[in-house]
Write a new protein. Structure first.
Length: 113
């Protein structure tokens, strides 16, 4: 069930991003509401255009969380303990450092997937 206060901003023009969003909505019980980064609502969140283009974002849960931090937040929302543990691990250094690097590598190469 989505948390109404939390919103995921994603690249609505990216096929890979759309497939990842669909997977998350199908497989994760507690998935946030999602809006494309090109929407007026996304642009009103106080993020720069560059920020909107470079990664996913979670807004409505305190400070905006981008990239791997956003993905970890979504996993920590899950009722399934294994997903929550994965999200917690992604939030702890040095795993958080590796998760960030992997996120941006995938983002840079997403056209190949």
């Amino acid at each position: 069930m989505p948390n109404a206060a939390v919103t995921l901003i994603y690249d609505g023009d990216c096929g890979f991003c759309g497939r990842c969003l669909s997977w998350g909505q199908r497989n994760l019980t507690a998935f946030p509401r999602a809006i494309p980064s090109s929407s007026a609502e996304a642009k009103a969140q106080g993020l720069t255009q560059q920020q909107l283009e470079e990664s996913i974002w979670i807004v409505g849960a305190g400070e905006p969380l981008g990239a791997a931090r956003a993905a970890a937040f979504i996993l920590k929302m899950q009722p399934n303990v294994l997903w929550r543990i994965a999200g917690l691990l992604m939030s702890i250094w040095p795993i958080s450092y590796v998760a960030k690097k992997v996120y941006f590598w995938v983002a840079k190469n997403r056209g190949r997937f």
